[in-house]
Design a protein. Sequence first.
Lengths: 212, 357
Amino acid sequence: MSALQERLTIAVPRGALMREALDLLDTIGIDTSEVRANDRKLLFEEVGIVTMRPSDVPTYVEAGAADIGITGKDVLMEQSEREVYELLDLGFGRCVMVLASVAGDDPAAEALRRLGVMRVATKYRKIAMAHFERTGRQAEIVEVKGSVELAPLTGMVDAIVDLTATGTTLRENGLVVREEIVVSTARLIANPVAHKLKAAAIDDLLERLRAA
Amino acid sequence: MIHPIPSGTRDVLPDEMRELRAILAAAHGVFDAAGYGEVSTPALEYEDTLAIGGVGGALPAYRLFDEQGAVLTLRSDMTVPIARLVATRFATAEPPLRLCYVAHAYRGVRPQRGQSREFLQAGIELIGAPAPEGTAEALTVLCDTLDAVGLKRYRIGLGDVALYQQLLDASGIEGEPRARILNELVTRDFVGLEREIDELRLDDAAAIERLKRIPQLRGGPEVLARLDGAGHAAAEGLRSVHALLEPRVAERVIFDLGLVRKLDYYSGAIFEVYDPTLGVTLGGGGRYDDLLGRFGRPLPAVGWALTVERLHIALAGESSPGGSDSLGRTRPEARSSDGRERTSGPGVRSSGEEARA
């Protein structure tokens, strides 16, 4: 079966990565105009695109509901148990996972020194826990869903682990970066079964993405 | 009254049971014809005994104490119990031994992932038959079983756990860097794999290319033909198996030079079964030439297991009009592929009738 006949379903992340993901797909000849014109619609069967929040991309790809997908390395690290292939670093969507706390004397260091443990709010429980384990510090992880910056300002925690692209939000909330944990960029992932059964189509796409 | 059962377990009602029975009848027909004798082993074993088989991805998840305080565990696969059985009960039997089983195995689950704690496996173990002949026989019986069950569109991924190790040997990569590279391969992270190889700063450009590209190769026999130098040498095992396969088996095979499996007892050829209607494998297996030796009966061996529940889902997917994926959603490519297979596809019910005939 030729690469042209093997249709791929691509999971495209909504939000910060969406525009660059669609731009990239455009440059390799996938027409994304319908996706751009339609903010509410989620499934574009004609062009083989499904859109979703970035953290859902590994879920859909692992289940085979999408053959390939684009999502951030931060998402993949947080969901490291997902059985998907990570094929390509797409380079865009660069941001840094940081440990940050209120400006001035670091309350996290203070807590660690005097209490032996620091409280850290994050949406990335796994990445945060792995980081503190690796660096030999005890941390009590407080998982929050919304604006993480609020947590240290109210005194609920000593520090946060969060993703930052420019640092603006941190600065505006009086937080400073204490440590850089990992750099994240957008990645191309594939379902393990599609990776074998649609090898020609996936390799063809990879080739074009590498050249783009 | 609603009385709960543990997540990842389920009751099977007569409609489903009838269809599962048909699948098993078809499998048993193939096992019998190929001369594989059915065995049954206890679901509960001594933890210390199973531990001889080594630990890997299928670490036993459930343990309990017996009346004397010995630790019992629920088996996490059938290969290790059968290795134990062969060493104990067939200690002097003349190899090769052909054994088959249909049995439940038990594994731990991650929360909210829809994984099964208890699942039904149907499989074979061919003991005392070395590569490549034993491997080719196991693959042939695997195809016969999938055909008899009624699957039309399945494919078998065939790789070799020794292949990438040989490439690393050829470039003299040892110790910590080697472990890091293999970890990237096991976690299916090719971005990480390329990064780790770049960090080695090898002088040999051909070796870098080989280490990065070969594990990403998969396809027909042409992927083996394209290899040269160290890559060609490392693929000798796969070529020798391929040479022995009948065309009807060979055409189902996708060579996958980066294939890895989680269980740590595999030593050579490994395989996985795919169906386009399902996003996960239907089963798999491979050579485990060192496992029997751990139990005191050193014999080369190969085997595989299919997860019966997944065979059932794939059958239902293949027989539904247009073909659908694991979510029951009709997939566009199913319409563009061979229509004859689907319109005349036997489906679950008629495959059972074939098997009973």
